[in-house]
Design a protein around this ligand. Structure first.
Ligand SMILES: Nc1ncnc2c1ncn2[C@@H]1O[C@H](COP(=O)(O)OP(=O)(O)OP(=O)(O)O)[C@@H](O)[C@H]1O
Length: 340
């Protein structure tokens, strides 16, 4: 394993043993004495390493194994086999030591005390992590600048809006100043404005405070806007590990282009004898697919990894005088759906 990595995972595997109810006469009595088990493989031999300062999206469909991985990384669950090292230490063997390096936020579950004012929760957390009152004051000051904690400082957690609660929870995960943050769905259920402010916050935690962040989310805008690397897990297996851009290129969904012509235009096909869609070869690069034609415009699609915008424009302008062009890049959401 390399020495620079802040998180290292080597052939990590987790099976859950599920007891299966027996059927038939006397099954209840028999279950008391013997059980049938079924093995559910939640995470299958995954390996990766994360460098300090990375901001990584960990994505996959429901039940893919994301939470199970995060629980093994934070020492809550023991792997069936394989190895995890957080700053060189095994979370399974030294859970407290590793917990001091980790901040964890679960969007669906608060770690704050429901009936206490936010401020009191931070005091309790500070004691749990042996943070001195002076350190706490200084950290809260910095976090207040980033998160606007004063707004709900004295409010019991149960009375916070979801956006406020998420800010309060992110601040709670940072009270002990960990180097690493695991965020599980931190924007779930938030409106557009609250999502934006959480994203601004997460970006500055990563870029200004140097936190290494592993983000689990179903919101592909989170990934596109925040992460420089994405790991995809599906049915327990790591199916992709690379940049968002490389993933776009690998999947290669087409870009849709509507071309509006100034006047009459001449397609390189005869529409009365040709069925659409129809592919027009462009040099040796690939093809432009004609999807729809009306009296002023044509809707085409092309793979931008094969045909650059200039080549496309050059071809389209041989059909007529181009007035305007609208390009729709494939949505990251659609790209992800093709690999789930
Ligand atoms: N404690 C458990 N006992 C048995 N099976 C479990 C347990 N925890 C998770 N699983 C199973 O392991 C698999 C992976 O679950 P996990 O919660 O890690 O998925 P996930 O990717 O986090 O899903 P989601 O996006 O829905 O949160 C699923 O099939 C799940 O049912």
């Amino acid at each position: 394993m390399s020495t620079e990595a802040i998180i290292e995972v080597h052939e990590l595997h987790k099976d859950f043993k599920l007891s299966v109810a027996k059927t038939g006469a006397f099954s209840g009595i028999r279950t008391l004495f013997s059980r049938d088990y079924r093995i559910r493989q939640a995470v299958h031999n995954i390996s990766f390493s994360i460098q300090p300062g990375e901001f990584i999206g960990y994505i996959g469909p429901n039940g893919a194994g994301k939470s199970t991985t995060i629980k093994m990384l934070s020492g809550i669950l023991h792997p069936t086999s394989g190895e995890v090292r957080i700053q060189g230490t095994s979370p399974g063997q030294h859970r407290r030591q590793v917990a001091a390096q980790l901040g964890v936020v679960f969007g669906q579950r608060s770690q704050l005390w429901w009936d206490l004012p936010v401020q009191d929760s931070y005091d309790i957390l500070a004691q749990m992590y042996s943070v001195t009152p002076q350190q706490l004051r200084q950290r809260i000051g910095t976090l207040n600048d980033l998160l606007g904690l004063e707004e709900f400082w004295k409010t019991p957690v149960r009375k916070l809006s979801l956006g406020q609660r998420m800010r309060a929870d992110v601040a709670a995960s940072l009270i002990h100043d960990p180097d690493i943050l695991f965020l599980d769905e931190p924007t779930i259920g938030l409106d557009i404005a609250a999502k934006r402010s959480i994203r601004v916050l997460l970006r500055s935690l990563n870029q200004e405070m140097g936190k290494t962040i592993l983000l689990t989310t179903h919101d592909m805008d989170d990934i596109e806007q925040l992460c420089n690397r994405v790991m995809v897990i599906n049915q327990g297996e790591l199916t992709y590990d690379g940049t968002v851009q490389q993933l776009r290129e690998r999947i290669g969904l087409p870009t849709l282009v509507r071309v509006i012509f100034q006047g009459p235009f001449q397609l390189p096909i005869n529409l009365s004898t040709t069925l659409l869609p129809f592919d027009i070869p462009v040099k040796d690069l690939g093809f432009i697919r004609i999807l729809e034609v009306d009296d002023r415009s044509v809707l085409v699609e092309a793979n931008r990894q094969e045909i650059k915008a200039m080549d496309m424009l050059r071809e389209l302008s041989t059909w007529g005088e181009v007035d305007d062009i609208h390009m729709n890049e494939p949505l990251f959401e659609d790209i992800i759906h093709t690999i789930y």
